[in-house]
Ligand binder design. Structure first.
Ligand code: 13P
Length: 253
């Protein structure tokens, strides 16, 4: 289902390295044009993608057409259509050529009270439309300090895993510790690997251990290689650094 870049390099376990930019609520037509144009000619080790705000999907589709860079959105409705003012459906994303959609980003879980079940329902809706969900999970600092990091991730994943191996094998998981997002405080490669290994084990438990698990949280050109050296870190979900072409490309180089 995922679009394949022209030059993907496989990493541990035969998985393709994947680096996705999450623009969050940033951008305007002029700045986006420059950023997207700078990504187009890139020849990289990783497959790259950008998840842009809804109004800019058409711009991304036009600017990236024919390139190895794919694009997606940052949220999706659980409904395919209907009287849901303000919502955007997965078939609409598909209409704009989206390969990806983020579901369950911590900013949506915390600011929009998205439950673990709702996130799983969104992942299911995306799959039904042929859009790959990138399911985000991550613990808060208080949860980590209480020794609950892995338990929280397992709780968040449970309704997703309940969708079954066939569905989960078409997803990507992103581990984003909340305390590392936008703070400049990255998880150490060892801290991230510990959680990634737990996620892999949970996926293995239903026969879906082969999917990509990305790390997110203050990833930059300077720390990407050490994170990617870990056996269960298959790429990155990048916020702030994805808005700076050189920095984003350095992560995927
Ligand atoms: P930063 O890379 O800005 O820390 O954001 C991470 C993130 O939330 C990506 O989804």
């Amino acid at each position: 289902m995922n679009a394949i870049a022209t030059n993907p390099t496989t990493v541990t376990g035969g998985r393709t390295r994947l680096v996705i930019g999450n623009w969050k609520m940033h951008g305007n037509l002029a700045d986006n044009a420059a950023l997207l144009a700078a990504l187009r000619p890139a020849t990289l080790t990783a497959r790259i993608a950008v998840c842009v705000p809804f109004p800019y999907l058409a711009q991304a589709a036009e600017a990236l057409k024919g390139s190895a860079v794919t694009w997606g959105a940052q949220d999706v409705s659980v409904h395919a259509q209907g009287a849901y003012t303000g919502e955007v459906s997965a078939p609409m994303l598909k209409d704009f050529g989206c390969a990806w959609v983020l579901v369950g980003h911590s900013e949506r879980r915390s600011m929009h009270a998205e439950s673990d079940q709702l996130v799983a329902d969104k992942a299911k809706a995306a799959l039904a439309a042929g859009v790959t969900p990138v399911v985000c999970v991550g613990e808060s600092l208080a949860e980590r300090d209480a020794g609950q990091a892995v338990a929280v991730i397992q709780r968040q994943l449970a309704p997703v895993l309940a969708l079954g191996a066939q569905a989960v094998c078409q997803m990507v998981i992103a581990y984003e510790p909340v305390w590392a997002i936008g703070t400049g405080r990255t998880a150490s490669p060892e801290q991230a690997q510990e959680v990634h290994a737990a996620i892999r084990a949970a996926l293995d438990g239903i026969g879906a251990g082969g999917i990509q698990i990305l790390y997110g949280g203050s990833v930059k050109g300077a720390n990407a290689a050490s994170l990617f050296s870990m056996p269960d870190i298959d790429g990155a979900l990048v916020g702030g650094a994805s808005l700076v072409a050189d920095e984003f490309l350095r992560i995927a180089a």
